[in-house]
Design a protein around this ligand. Structure first.
Ligand SMILES: C[S@@+](CC[C@H](N)C(=O)[O-])C[C@H]1O[C@@H](n2cnc3c(N)ncnc32)[C@H](O)[C@@H]1O
Length: 227
């Protein structure tokens, strides 16, 4: 993994047929192909939490995060609430369904990072994000990519990070390597869409963390690590 290599900047910097862009896309496809072949090797053990917070109200039609995954996210959020002077980071906010729930359940600032260009969210999703999150004064939206936000980072401690942006190996490992150094000791790193064959690269990137962090929880398609 190379933390200096930002996939978003390659795609935004180089035109469609540029050799660097084509080489990048080829590399991406090869890694995803190999990750799919090795999908079973990247399985983390299941780890459940006995006393979860109750299922929060959320717009579950606007997110792939399920009610039980939301409970796990909130449980991870809660155990980091006492890490004072820290902020929460969400990478990939889409229509704001998860951002809204996270922000409602913490007194910390929630730095919500999503450029709404390129892969995934577009203008209409951003409108919906704005509508959903307008009542939450603790949300700060950074309209830029994960890599750009990290470069211009102005906050010190991060106690909870939720990575749910582009689901392939190069992007997920870039996001992990970019943000993990900012996570404080005792903080939680949560990652979504970790167990789907179509996102095998994300599963590989998450699996590679197993010796670096302690597994706090793992249910289908959601992993939480503690630093
Ligand atoms: C899976 S959606 C996020 C879903 C959201 N967490 C939820 O559950 O409601 C992925 C989002 O990542 C955003 N995205 C794409 N590339 C990104 C990048 N480099 N940095 C941050 N966000 C990115 C897309 O615009 C899209 O809105």
């Amino acid at each position: 993994m190379n933390p200096k290599f930002d996939p978003f900047s390659i795609l935004s910097q180089y035109p469609r047929r540029h050799p660097i862009r084509l080489a990048f896309l080829l590399q991406l496809k090869i890694i995803e192909y190999i990750s799919r072949i090795n999908f079973d090797k990247y399985a983390l053990p299941q780890k459940t939490i006995p006393n979860l917070l109750s299922i929060p109200d959320a717009d579950y039609l606007s997110t792939a995060v399920t009610p039980i995954q939301m409970q796990y996210l909130l449980t991870g959020l809660e155990i980091t609430e006492n890490l004072e002077g820290s902020v929460v980071v969400e990478i990939g906010c889409y229509r704001g369904a998860t951002t809204q729930v996270i922000a409602k359940h913490t007194n910390r600032k929630v730095i919500a990072i999503d450029p709404y260009i390129g892969y995934g969210g577009g203008k209409e999703d951003f409108q919906e994000f704005r509508e959903k999150t307008k009542m939450q004064s603790n949300i700060i939206h950074k309209p830029c990519s994960s890599g750009e936000a990290a470069k211009n980072w102005e906050y010190e401690n991060v106690s909870f990070i939720f990575i749910d942006a582009v689901h392939d190996y190069l992007n997920t490992s870039f996001d992990i390597q970019t943000w993990l150094p900012k996570l404080m000791h005792g903080g939680i790193l949560a990652l979504h869409d970790t167990d789907q064959l179509c996102f095998a690269g994300t599963r590989k990137a998450v699996f590679e963390l197993k010796n670096q962090l302690s597994l706090f929880a793992h249910i289908d398609n959601l992993v939480l690590f503690k630093k």
